[in-house]
Design a protein around this ligand. Structure first.
Ligand code: KIV
Ligand code: ZN
Length: 556
């Protein structure tokens, strides 16, 4: 690895931003159709762009950069389509990008004729790296170019203003985070002076981290210094535009907003050159989590994500914050157990913490259109809590702790053998196989539990059972229908050596016709445990089935 050039130190000893509050909602500008699209292996077709534009509107974006019309016919035509087909709502501002080059400006202005609210966005790189080694220009030549471009845009857009368009201006000193601080301020001031100041249509000064070469705190320091020194702070909207080369775009943008930035640019899922731009979804959801009303609606995030995947041809990583398939999923047993416990005490937790808080879950899945069903998934890492959660959540099956423990080992044995995740239906099949559908060595043909005429606490059992093909009529008594049946069954010599250890019953759901689910645990003469389950609308039948199933397990 080469030794990398050191970035100049940013000296900001009196920084205030660390204690700045994230309480204000910045303006949100989506640059998917320009920065995002230009970085796609297969750029969007005109129809896809229209669809994407609509998606951005549906989410609630009011500022959308729609392209680089002087760079391609496609982008030019797309601008025209949106304007000519009247597809831009009155409260939405579109912006178009242009390099600071004279012949490109005219084409850009032509592209936006007739639009109601437009921002012309001009940029020129201001880092020494670019000015010297890419453009071969001096600092004053770069300032002159930026100022001349600004004046040209102002002049040429006059006719649009006369025909009723509201024309705003955005200037980006590209590579700003690698630009000398004073020079960056100087060029922005000169550009702002050239454009002029209008109270209700402020110039946007967009500060890009074109290549992420600095840590988020340094970027925040730079933004704070800029805001303190730049003469026209009150007359300008200060925007940030961060790329994600070091994976910190969300952090850098967050800290820049803490430092005072008014506006953020980015893309959904972070599409953009190389490792992409700031992911607007992550930032907006983080802000929402912090209690800020962003005005952006991600309540149907799975649909948004699949639309973007379809249009861009790039799949989102399953662990991508908020948007990935696995963001709420727990495979590990201890996590599943904690989530399960959190959910069963949800109301208490909300009271105790004065707000939604569940172990291992960052936000409430339904806030982004995810349901609770699928986020505990079962594989060989899963424990009893996860398995219990899936059966309860998907099939209304409540298991007592002693069944949970037993069933976890059934699932573990299976997943260890098959080395793959189980879906809920497979978990249910295993459950049925383990407790409900056991081998029929013994089956109950009829059972009449009758209370004693004199003492109703005594139950007389009359049972007809088939055991290894032979029907037996059995009579016994007990202090309840279950113990009476157990006593009757013990009359068959071969199965008499068991003892009833545990019993549990619950209803499968809350409606009046919900079935009962019973579990019985018995031990054989050498102390080995066997658990059986039974389901029926009648709780006594459900319990009888559970007893028979537990004995069948012992026999097999
Ligand atoms: O990344 C960048 O610097 C840009 C500018 C054109 C704003 O996309
Ligand atoms: Zn960019």
């Amino acid at each position: 690895m080469p030794e990398y050039a050191k970035m100049p130190v940013i000296d900001n000893p009196n920084r205030q931003w660390p204690s700045g509050q994230l309480s204000l909602n910045p303006a949100w500008c989506a640059v998917d159709l320009r920065d995002g699209n230009q970085a796609l292996p297969n750029p969007m077709t005109p129809d896809q762009k229209k669809e994407y534009f609509k998606l951005l509107l549906d989410i609630g974006f009011k500022e959308i950069e729609i392209g680089f019309p002087s760079a391609s016919e496609d982008d030019f035509n797309f601008c025209r389509t949106l304007i000519d087909e009247n597809l831009i709502p009155d409260d939405v501002t579109i912006s178009v990008l242009t390099q600071s080059r004279s012949h490109l400006v005219s084409r850009t202005i032509e592209a936006v004729k007739g639009a109601k609210n437009v921002v012309i966005h001009a940029y020129i790189a201001t880092s020494d790296l670019h000015m010297k080694y890419v453009f071969n220009m001096t600092r004053s030549e770069v300032i002159e170019t930026a100022v001349n471009t600004t004046l040209q845009i102002k002049e040429e857009s006059r006719s649009l203003v006369q025909t009723g368009s509201r024309i705003g201006y955005e200037f980006s000193p590209e590579e700003w985070s690698d630009t000398d601080m004073d020079f960056g301020i100087e060029i922005c001031e000169k550009v702002a002076e050239a454009w002029g100041f209008e109270k209700n249509n402020k110039i946007i000064i967009n500060l890009p981290m074109t290549v992420e070469r600095r840590m988020p705190n340094e970027f925040a320091d730079m933004v704070e210094i800029f805001l303190n020194k730049y003469k026209y702070r009150k007359d300008s909207v200060i925007s940030v535009h961060v790329h994600n080369d070091m994976g910190c775009a969300v952090a850098a943008t967050t800290l820049a907003v803490k430092a005072g930035a008014d506006r953020v640019e980015g893309t959904l899922l972070g599409h953009g050159e190389r490792t992409g731009n700031l992911d607007l979804i992550t930032l907006a959801m983080n802000f929402k989590y912090l209690g800020i009303n962003t005005g952006l609606d991600f309540s149907n995030l799975p649909a948004i994500v699949s639309k973007i995947e379809e249009i861009t041809g790039i799949n989102v990583h399953p662990r991508h914050p908020y948007s990935g398939e696995l963001v709420f999923t727990a495979f590990s047993g201890s996590h599943q157990d904690a989530i399960n416990k959190g959910f069963t005490q949800k109301e208490n937790l909300i009271k105790a913490f004065k707000g939604w808080k569940i172990p291992y879950l960052h936000i409430a899945p339904d806030d982004i259109g995810r349901s609770f069903e699928k986020f505990i998934r079962i594989n060989s890492q899963s424990g009893k809590g996860g398995v219990a959660f899936v059966l309860n959540n998907e099939f209304n099956i409540v298991m007592p702790k002693w069944v949970q423990k037993d069933f976890a080992s059934v699932v573990q044995n299976y997943t260890d053998k098959h080395h793959r995740e189980l879906n809920p239906a497979e978990v249910k099949n295993l459950f049925d196989g383990a407790y409900i559908n056991s081998d029929a060595n013994l089956s109950l043909v009829n059972y009449w539990p009758l209370p004693d005429e004199k003492n109703p606490e005594i139950i007389h059992a009359k049972a007809e059972v088939r055991y290894r093909g032979e029907v037996h009529s059995l009579m016994a008594e007990g202090n309840g229908p279950i113990s009476a049946l157990v006593n009757a069954l013990k009359k068959i010599d071969e199965i008499s050596g068991f003892t009833l250890e545990d019993y549990f019953e619950d209803s499968m759901g809350h409606s009046a016709d919900a079935e009962a689910l019973c579990f019985v645990s018995i031990k054989n003469s050498s102390g080995k445990q066997f658990i059986g389950g039974g389901i029926h609308a009648n709780v006594i039948i459900a319990a009888s089935r559970a007893i028979v199933n537990s004995i069948n397990k012992m026999l097999s």
